[in-house]
Design a binder for this molecule. Structure first.
Ligand code: ATR
Length: 236
């Protein structure tokens, strides 16, 4: 079997095995390839990846909280992954670990229109946030970043600002109505947390905006349900 996996912590919520195995079956590769979810604690991530490369895995997707570690351990990081400072896709060839970032292009593809000229607010400062910040800025948006730990927002902003003009800044108390695009990249909502307690957002404060939630679930997240109710365009 050719083996693929998604690595995360937690990872039980991930739809990647269902999506990727369905794609493999659709391509007639279901008997030959298999995609699984593997829960890896942060302290064991690098060891786990090296072991997978040695055992003949073909590649892996990487999710919370390993996207920065995935870039660090790569032998051959892509230009985009380096600029973003995070990777969500690893491939193993002849013992070499290559790292890519598909979060950036994925976010842009999911938006209803180009973010050029828009003010965008990114919530979070982890690997997914970095990809969102970089993708939005590269596409001409003015990007502000809020994070629970403000210092992490400052660091992400400075690092990504070295390769692309960001325009906005790290913000401590953003006014959500000031932004044409709001992107939640934090894990808030993944385990049922109330986004309106943990994030600087008010359920009644949305308007004619695009609101994106990287958290996914069987139902629209509480964040997207409230945004839609208030008339925003939502992207799940
Ligand atoms: P990923 O690489 O997938 O983005 P991550 O690096 O673990 O994952 O980032 C998770 C993000 O969710 C971080 O911005 C984190 O905030 P901190 O930097 O302050 O830890 C954010 N986050 C997680 N739980 C949160 C909560 N309860 N309230 C607000 N932000 C939260």
């Amino acid at each position: 079997m050719k083996r693929l996996a998604v690595l995360g912590h937690p990872v039980a919520h991930s739809r990647s095995p269902a999506m990727q195995n369905a794609a493999l079956a659709e391509l007639g590769l279901g008997g030959e390839w298999i995609y699984e979810a593997i829960d890896v604690a942060p302290g064991r991530f690098a060891q786990q990846v090296r072991q997978m490369a040695a055992e003949g895995f073909v590649g892996a997707n990487v999710t919370i909280p390993h996207k920065e570690a995935a870039l660090e351990l790569a032998d051959a990081p892509s230009h985009d992954a380096l600029a973003i400072g995070a990777a969500n896709t690893l491939s193993f060839t002849g013992g070499e670990i290559a790292a890519h970032n598909t979060d950036a292009g994925g976010l842009l593809n999911a938006l209803p229109e180009s973010p050029r000229g828009q003010r965008a607010l990114v919530l979070g400062a982890g690997g997914a946030a970095r990809a969102a910040i970089w993708a939005l800025a590269r596409s001409g948006a003015v990007v502000s970043v809020w994070n629970r730990t403000l210092d992490r927002a400052r660091t992400a902003y400075q690092q990504i600002g070295g390769s692309v003009q960001l325009g906005g800044g790290p913000v401590e108390s953003p006014r959500q109505e000031d932004y044409g695009i709001v992107v939640n990249t934090t894990s808030v909502g993944l385990e049922g947390e109330d986004p309106f307690k943990q994030l600087p957002l008010d359920p009644d404060g949305f308007g004619d905006q695009v609101v994106v939630d990287l958290v996914y679930g069987a139902e629209p997240t509480r964040l997207l349900a409230a945004a839609r109710q208030a008339g925003a365009t939502v992207v799940d």
